[in-house]
Design a protein around this ligand. Structure first.
Ligand SMILES: Nc1nc2c(ncn2[C@@H]2O[C@H](COP(=O)(O)OP(=O)(O)OP(=O)(O)O)[C@@H](O)[C@H]2O)c(=O)[nH]1
Ligand SMILES: [Mg+2]
Length: 297
């Protein structure tokens, strides 16, 4: 009999949620960066193991809202933690839990949602004994269905998370074709790969004010080449100069890194062209947020 389990991955920004999604799906479908607020929308990842279809929703990280985009991101988290079978709450084991995170956990407890606490980044602990007080503190405040220390980076413990979720699966038809790994269209995947490179390469507030749109993506008829043209939007004229860099150096570095990843993902030679445009203060403009696919309201 087919079984399914729907799981939302939630937690503070930078905890490693998208890293976990990529690890469980076995392909890099979500952008990962050391900068906070990397994920902006809900990303679906699908993994099939024997008769069980596991559907994961990666969500934006919890943070203090700073603009309209932030508010949409936090709404996405709220909307993603109902009508599912379990929440994987991801916590960086080296940082303290905030009241915002505790509020979410308490509301999940109140709704009787099974919550699996995944304590990530245990590779950063000098001494594994440091985990016990962290677990004692969290379990005194919240009821967890299970507590699993992991290091996604070192692929340590991810299989235990999967086993725990399989145990929560229920008999039901599979909602997605068995060869599907994500609901993200190819243009969105490509745009996110470009944005990820800019997030890693740029510093300060510039990368957070970037949106990327892939305008064209087509395979040539006469050659095995995928042509991709993308527009990088930033919030200010001064940011445009930073994104392009001296003599175009920054843009070249980012687009080369993105091209290599695109070639690896799509398994074809890629010709990537990027333009940079300014959309003043777009993160506070509803129409622009919507046009970038970052809100459906
Ligand atoms: N040391 C260590 N770093 C990790 C581990 N897992 C993820 N990271 C790093 O943590 C950073 C954040 O990872 P993401 O997966 O983007 O985190 P996220 O929770 O999706 O972040 P947001 O989308 O901003 O909410 C990246 O630099 C990852 O490489 C881990 O197990 N150990
Ligand atoms: Mg993320």
């Amino acid at each position: 009999m087919p079984r399914t389990v729907f799981v939302t991955i939630a937690g503070h920004t930078n905890a490693g949620k998208s890293s976990l999604l990529n690890a469980v799906v076995g392909e890099k479908i979500a952008s990962v960066s050391s900068k906070p607020q990397t994920t902006r929308t809900r990303i679906t990842g699908i993994r099939n193991i024997d008769d069980v279809q596991m559907v994961f929703f990666d969500t934006p990280g919890l943070h203090k809202p700073v603009n309209k985009l932030s508010e949409h991101m936090l709404d996405t988290v709220k909307e993603s933690v109902s009508d599912i079978d379990a929440v994987v709450f991801m916590q960086d084991c080296t940082r303290k839990i905030s009241s915002q995170e505790l509020d979410l956990l308490k509301s999940l407890n109140a709704s009787k949602m099974p919550v699996i606490l995944v304590l990530n980044k245990i590779d950063l602990l000098k001494n594994k004994d440091e985990l016990a007080p962290v677990i004692a503190d969290l379990t005194s405040k919240v009821d967890f269905h299970a507590v699993i220390p992991v290091s996604v980076k070192e692929d340590n413990g991810v299989d235990i998370v999967i086993d725990e979720l399989i145990a929560l699966s229920e008999e039901s038809v599979h909602y997605f074709p068995d060869d599907m790994i994500t609901d993200q269209p190819e243009k969105v995947l490509a745009a996110e790969m470009i944005r990820e490179k800019l997030l890693e390469l740029l510093s300060d507030e510039v990368p957070h004010g970037i949106a990327v749109g892939v305008e064209e993506m087509s395979e040539r008829e006469d050659k095995d080449i995928l042509d991709i043209s993308a527009v990088i939007y930033c919030e200010r004229e001064s940011h445009k100069g930073i994104v392009i860099g001296k003599g175009g150096a920054m843009l070249k570095k980012a687009s080369t890194a993105a091209r290599l990843e695109l070639e690896d993902f799509f398994q074809i030679k890629v010709n990537l062209k990027c333009w940079v445009k300014v959309k003043e203060d777009w993160r506070n403009r509803e129409g622009l947020i919507r046009s970038f696919g970052l809100s459906d309201k």
